[in-house]
Design a binder for this molecule. Structure first.
Ligand SMILES: *Cc1c(COP(=O)(O)O)cnc(C)c1O
Length: 349
């Protein structure tokens, strides 16, 4: 049994569920479990708040810190479900392994999510208003300053309600100088350091007026990898093309879901190498009609303009019939209409 200590006074009445900015609100509680002396504690749900950590906590110095981002939904008939929990714990454990951090027992993770979401269920917006974003993460908490692999960790989950994402089409730049991830590096792990390293090139691109970067492979910069927090898909001659997964691309669960759903909807998908020149040519001759990012936060984020080696290309406006809208709507239906889950991805409470 996970021990639960509830807040005395909920912050819920302060929130206007009809206008929730992404990342603005954190709900009342958090789940905390500790790994010490070779064992994960059962964990407990406590009021969200500051935690005590040593200034010598190894995560702060040597970067052992990984996270997940996942969502819970309310269906149109009022049920609560968490999307693809299995896939998230699988990826979290892969990230932990890559960073020499102790795996989380799946049972602990499932139980933590279930208990936490049950405590916070009033915080989940209904299907039209949005969803509840969950942030599970693990970091090295051992207090030692010699360079070493930590033997103590904290596993925490918190989250908050997020509104529907109203896409402002992005203006992006294909980055061919800086790299997000090297071959053989940590690009496929959802580790904190990947983000720290990506901020500088992103800031440079923003100074030039771009919203985000499209990363290319670190060795030749000839192949498209992904965007800031999203995987990438293009529609070329009505076929979705998306970079195949490598050790420098984060294996997105939205990416996986949309690929699976596309095949089911009769939309062809090619997972393969996608070169910068193929994209430039396709934009030039009009065979590429859509470009979009995919990720848990935005689900689908349309790209309007792409800059490649200084040349700028504008994509056609998206319509209700655009592939990205068909996919986005289908995924929304699957998660918020209990009867449409053909793949067993919803974990009902
Ligand atoms: C989390 C993340 C994604 C998207 O993954 P989802 O599982 O779809 O949310 C893509 N790229 C990077 C770098 C990420 O951190």
């Amino acid at each position: 049994m996970v021990k639960i200590t509830r807040v005395e006074k909920s912050k819920l009445p302060e929130i206007d569920f009809n206008s929730i900015d992404f990342g603005k609100y954190i709900s009342d509680h958090m789940f905390v479990s500790q790994y010490k002396n070779g064992q994960w504690s059962e964990g407990e749900v406590v009021p969200f708040g500051a935690i005590d950590i040593s200034p010598a906590a190894l995560a702060l110095h040597y970067g052992q810190s990984v996270f997940e981002g996942m969502k819970a939904f309310k269906t149109t008939d009022g049920k609560v479900n968490v999307f693809r929990t299995n896939k998230h714990i699988e990826r979290l454990n892969k990230s932990l392994d890559r960073m020499c951090m102790t795996a989380l027992p799946e049972e602990l993770f499932h139980n933590a999510i279930r208990t936490f979401i049950d405590v916070e269920k009033e915080w989940i917006p209904n299907a039209e208003q949005g969803s509840y974003y969950l942030r599970p993460f693990v970091f090295a908490s051992e207090s030692r300053y010699g360079v070493k692999v930590s033997e103590e960790f904290l596993f925490i989950i918190f989250g908050g309600p997020v509104g529907p994402y109203f896409p402002k089409p992005l203006n992006v730049k294909v980055e061919t100088k800086y790299s997000r991830a090297a071959q053989g590096g940590t690009g496929a792990a959802k580790c904190a350091g990947n983000y720290g390293a990506s901020f500088y090139p992103t800031r440079m691109a923003q100074k030039e007026g771009f919203d985000a970067i499209i990363w290319t492979d670190g060795s030749t910069h000839d192949y498209i990898e992904e965007s800031g927090t999203m995987n990438l898909m293009f529609v070329k001659d009505s076929v979705i093309i998306t970079p195949e997964l490598t050790d420098s691309i984060l294996p997105g669960i939205t990416r996986d879901s949309l690929i699976t759903m596309s095949k089911d909807l009769g939309i062809k998908v090619e997972e393969r190498k996608v070169s910068v020149s193929e994209i430039a040519e396709g934009l030039e001759n009009g065979s590429i009609t859509e470009a979009f990012g995919t990720g848990t936060a935005a689900v689908v984020a349309p790209i309007q303009k792409i800059s490649i080696h200084g040349g700028s290309y504008t994509l056609p406006s998206i319509t209700e019939k655009s592939v990205q809208n068909i996919l986005k709507n289908a995924l929304h239906q699957l998660r918020t209409n209990g009867e449409k889950d053909a793949f067993g991805w919803n974990n009902f409470q």
